[in-house]
Design a protein around this ligand. Structure first.
Ligand SMILES: [Fe+2]
Length: 289
């Protein structure tokens, strides 16, 4: 597989974090459930822009999945120790029966801006092994696949090990046919290093749960692909009703309370607030009260 080098911006379409207020279930969450169940969707649902993580009275296009690049990608050909390698094998499983590590299954969908699933989207995953080491000579823990007609993907792998300077993460390139590549990373909730890794972005947190024999994770990508019924995205700024006590640059502790856009929120995870991490955008960090 030959991945273009330019990056795109996509959007995060994760369902609400565990414990999210059911009143905050988005149209997209409903869509996800319907897709999983094989339910035919009414045009009114398919054709209307939906918010991925928040309920807004005005609706609007989805927020772009944040780009995330730790400097080892794309790979300058003269640099040694590249972590991304093109031409990974096409496969949905990166493990065999003897692979050490905690089994991890990642499932999700790829959507366009109108919350419609995108088929035949390339997903190229790579990650460290259980010891935090990348295979730079072969293709262990590297593989690409394509979403099915319903926009779904499944990756079978292990929980990657840690290596110095980074929190736990998966790398992925996502590319809709004929579109630029989104290069990003997926993160695990509850990791101590999430609070100190400068690349960590809570909008890229997977929803992870422990199951017998390992963990199951979900994450939905939303690419900057215009679809019928999509309103034109005019700004990368997320909905920002503004007002309130929340402020970027502030360190918040667990339990801290802020207001934003007329709603009160309590902090779920200590963090240094960043632009774009407004409480409605990061349910992993803030819970509406
Ligand atoms: Fe990495």
């Amino acid at each position: 597989m030959d991945a273009p080098m330019d990056d795109d911006r996509g959007t995060t379409g994760r369902p609400p974090a565990d414990g999210a207020d059911p009143r905050h279930l988005s149209r997209k969450t409903v869509l996800r459930a319907a897709l999983a169940a094989g339910v035919a969707l009414p045009a009114a649902l398919m054709g209307v822009p939906a918010l991925a993580r928040t309920v807004g009275p005005d609706g609007g296009p989805l927020d772009l999945t944040p780009e995330c690049d730790d400097g080892d990608d794309p790979t300058p050909p003269q640099m040694e120790g590249p972590y991304f390698k093109p031409n990974s094998p096409r496969r949905t499983s990166l493990v065999d029966a003897g692979t050490p590590g905690t089994r991890l299954t990642v499932t999700g969908y790829v959507f366009g801006l109108a919350c419609q699933p995108l088929g035949n989207v390339l997903l190229d995953f790579w990650q460290a092994d259980v010891n935090g080491v990348y295979d730079n000579t072969g293709f262990r823990f590297r593989g690409h696949q394509f979403t099915d007609a319903g926009g779904a993907f499944t990756l079978t792998t292990i929980v990657p090990g840690l290596y110095p300077g980074r929190t736990r993460h998966l790398h992925v390139k996502v590319q809709a046919p004929g579109r630029p590549v989104l290069t990003t990373q997926l993160y695990f909730p509850g990791e101590p290093r999430n609070n100190t890794d400068s690349l960590f972005d809570p909008r890229l947190l997977m929803v992870v749960r422990n199951v017998t024999g390992g963990r199951e994770a979900t994450f939905d990508f939303v690419l900057n692909v215009t679809q019928t019924g999509t309103t034109t995205r005019t700004s990368t700024t997320t909905s920002s009703p503004g007002g309130g006590t929340w402020a970027a640059g502030t360190s918040y502790a667990i339990g801290a309370r802020v207001t934003y856009g007329g709603t009160g929120y309590s902090c779920l995870q200590a963090h240094l607030a960043q632009p774009g991490w407004e409480p409605p955008n990061v349910p992993a960090l803030w819970r509406a009260e």
